[in-house]
Design a protein around this ligand. Structure first.
Ligand code: NDP
Length: 277
């Protein structure tokens, strides 16, 4: 992946361009807060916003984009079908609800939020329908392990373009990254900042000193140098800006490898094989 600037993109397996850096809005309240966060991010140059039906802030995301000076076509927006809506016809319906809340006539990326046993194949077929109808530019999954991906690949007419999973120095899952890469499925990180705990990681603090950057900037740059799309969340203008200032330095490959060695297989979120929601 060639890293240029905040609007730089990866090319998905269907040739759609996806900015490798974006803003996450999980736990960002609907209304004023999400509108302000998204508008400020767009002002800073962000061109990728990650929401979901579950986050209950799609309306605000859509409002912020429509009120901004950035044309809709220049912003890459992701949403996700929630677990209780999975299945063929209920996914089609959930998509319409999300699109309506966003106020859009198409979505850039639609993901299956979590792998739900016995629903994966039907839900994927619904995403393929939406894709073929041109309602969504790219389709993918989230929180899928190798065996979940295999289930989709066994029936897919259209391969997933993205897998969005928990990813940070304590949960790297290099074998899953390699599997996705070998299937042209773009790896995308959620909770890249360990949900705000990144400052606690000693090596990251040391590297922050070495490069004169913040711990968040070090780890976000590491994401990109590993070829992983990243979507840090913040509602604070100073952090929205500083998180994006990662295009004026490069980690030495030895430092990338040192961060890789922090892997502990430690999740802050649920294990996709053991969810009860
Ligand atoms: P992040 O790792 O992005 O961390 C967000 C937390 O870190 C917030 O509390 C934020 O607080 C704080 N923070 C932001 N910037 C900094 C900084 N520079 N220094 C210190 N703390 C900082 O966690 P998320 O879980 O939000 O993950 C990112 C995005 O990934 C989500 O918003 C969502 O879009 C997506 N996601 C997807 C999931 C899925 O199942 N597909 C699951 C979870 C997340 P503040 O806002 O106060 O700055």
């Amino acid at each position: 992946m060639e890293i240029t600037d905040i609007s730089g993109c990866v090319l998905l397996n269907n040739n759609v361009k996806m900015p490798y850096f974006g803003l996450g809005v999980f736990l960002t309240p609907e209304g004023k807060e999400v509108i302000n966060a998204v508008k400020y991010a767009l002002d800073c140059g962000y061109r990728h916003i990650d929401t979901a039906a579950l986050y209950n802030n799609e309306k605000g995301v859509g409002t912020a984009i429509s009120e901004s000076n950035v044309p809709r076509k220049d912003v890459f927006v992701t949403s996700k079908v929630w677990n209780s809506d999975q299945g063929y016809s209920s996914t089609l319906k959930a998509f319409e609800t999300s699109l309506h809340k966003l106020g859009f006539d198409y979505l850039d990326l639609y993901l299956i939020h979590w792998p739900i046993k016995n629903k994966i194949k039907d839900t994927w077929k619904a995403l393929e329908t939406l894709y073929k109808q041109g309602r969504v530019k790219a389709i993918g999954v989230s929180n899928f392990m190798k065996h979940h991906l295999d289930e989709i690949l066994s029936i897919a007419e259209i391969k997933p373009m993205v897998n969005q999973v928990e990813f940070h120095p304590y949960l790297i899952q290099q074998d899953l990254i390699d599997y996705c890469n070998s299937n042209q499925i773009q790896y995308e990180a959620w909770s890249p900042l360990i949900r705000g705990r990144i400052d606690e990681v000693e090596l990251i603090r040391k590297l922050a000193k070495k490069y004169q950057k913040s711990p968040a900037q070090i780890v976000l740059r590491w994401d990109l140098q590993k070829g992983v799309v990243t979507i840090p969340k913040s509602v604070k203008p100073e952090r929205i800006l500083s998180n994006s200032q990662i295009f004026d330095f490069k980690l030495e490959s030895e430092d990338v490898k040192m961060i890789d060695r922090l892997e502990r297989k430690e999740r802050i979120g649920p294990d996709p094989d053991d969810i009860d929601f």
